[in-house]
Design a binder for this molecule. Structure first.
Ligand code: GLY
Ligand code: MN
Ligand code: MN
Length: 425
């Protein structure tokens, strides 16, 4: 049984076939193999099929390959069940298809044709770098818009995630540890249908809120701490990605509230820009501009909006991109539009997505303001932005540590749809 109906998979196969370009070329999309743990002998990490293969097949079985010849369409090569597997793991879910042992012969029968290899690398298979790069670009474009089956799964992942956040609100209290909070949130995800977590749950109390991908530990939440939670329940490979920042005591201090209000205003402004045709870098710039104005009003930054954005000064406090594509995994396709150079910066940050938005894209919008010692105490940055920060006032603000607010936004022909709107902020 695969996760998606035959109709859904046929639709994706058609979109992927259209992406292949030159009909003389072959395309292979590999599922990949389990990765052994270091020194673990027969132990492997939990297997995750390559998302390109999973999207085409709905199968989680390792070793499979989808093979495309324009004259015949797609053919699914699968790994049959082995007696050992039946003994140790039980009867596996093998999708319909031909034994992958026949793949070599299939390729040999089509010798002299160029081969694009997507998904996981396939040991021994031919590989043409140039064709692969151009097919990859079009395949990515075909995969970016979410179809209805994907949105249905994400909607369920969001419901599980919302239940986890409702629990977070109950359990975040001075005296509890970050780890206790993470356990409660994740348990609630699972109780509400999650089959996994989309990524390592982040619960950062106090200064830990300034660590972007913090791993929760034994730290006890203090009375005046902020608690930053970034977590998502996953269902069958599809995940939500949500951040909320809480006041441990239920009430922010005046400075915490001031920063929270700026981040929220930046997020709402950026969400408002999530419309068809808008450049993702402009969504980032919108958030950065609201933050620059807010930090200037708070007498923390000095200079015009344009100066604070163009010199990258705003990245002292907002050092990451405003968001990313999400859905099939926490980092879904993303990338950049054809012909654009890699790594274009925006407002001093590395903004990995560099595309105009299109209908049915699902993006996170997650601005944050942080007081990161490694950034703010760096002599080179202090010198570069000597007159753009009220350095004398900075120490009073460090207790805020970090505030991020993240939602998942579906781009429609009209208003942006906030799929995670039910999670209070
Ligand atoms: N959860 C990691 C991120 O928001 O990118
Ligand atoms: Mn997140
Ligand atoms: Mn995110």
């Amino acid at each position: 049984m695969t996760l998606f109906s035959e109709d859904v998979l046929a639709g994706r196969a058609r979109r992927a076939a259209e992406a292949t370009g030159d009909t003389a070329d072959l395309v292979l999309v590999g599922a990949g193999e389990p990765i052994g743990k270091p020194g673990g002998l027969d132990q492997t990490y939990p297997f995750i099929p390559h998302p390109e293969y999973f999207w085409l097949t709905g199968s989680r079985r390792p070793g499979g390959v989808m093979a495309f010849d324009a004259n015949e369409g797609w053919k699914h090569f699968v790994r049959p069940a082995s007696p050992d597997e039946r003994l140790w793991e039980g009867e596996p879910d093998v999708p319909p298809g031909e034994d992958v042992a026949g793949l070599d012969a299939w390729i040999r029968e089509r010798a002299l044709r160029r081969v694009a290899t997507l998904g996981a690398r396939i040991p021994g298979a031919p590989f043409d770098g140039e064709v692969t790069a151009s097919v990859q670009e079009r395949f990515d474009a075909a995969r970016r818009p979410k179809d209805a089956a994907e949105i249905a799964l994400i909607t369920r992942a969001v419901a599980a995630t919302a239940a986890g956040y409702a629990k977070a609100r109950e359990v975040i209290r001075p005296g509890r540890t970050e780890r206790e909070v993470a356990i409660e949130i994740e348990a609630e995800f699972f109780r509400h249908g999650a089959t996994g977590v989309g990524y390592g749950t982040i619960v950062g109390a106090g200064s830990n809120a300034a660590v972007l991908h913090f791993e929760p530990g034994a730290r006890v939440i203090g009375e005046h701490d902020v608690v930053l939670v970034d977590a998502g329940g996953e269902i069958d490979g599809y995940t939500a990605d949500v951040t909320r920042t809480f006041a441990a005591s239920g009430r922010f201090t005046a400075r915490q509230q001031a920063i929270y209000d700026i981040v929220l205003a930046a997020q709402l402004a950026a969400i408002g820009r999530c419309r068809v045709g808008v450049e993702w870098h402009d969504v980032h710039r919108t958030a950065a501009r609201v933050m620059a104005a807010g930090l200037r009003d708070a007498d923390l930054m000095r200079g015009s909006d344009d100066e604070l954005l163009e010199t990258g000064a705003i990245a002292l406090f907002f050092p990451h991109g405003v968001g990313h594509m999400v859905g099939l995994g926490v980092r879904d396709v993303g990338g950049r539009a054809a012909g654009r150079p890699e790594g274009r910066m925006c407002c001093g940050a590395r903004v990995r997505v560099d595309l105009p938005l299109a209908e049915n894209y699902l993006m996170t919008v997650e601005p944050g303001i942080y007081f990161v010692p490694a950034i703010l105490d760096d002599p080179a940055r202090r010198a570069a932005h000597r007159d753009r920060v009220n350095w004398a006032a900075l120490d009073d603000w460090r207790e805020v540590a970090g505030v991020r607010i993240e939602d998942d936004i579906f781009v429609t022909p009209g208003e942006p749809r906030v799929l995670t709107a039910s999670i209070a902020k």
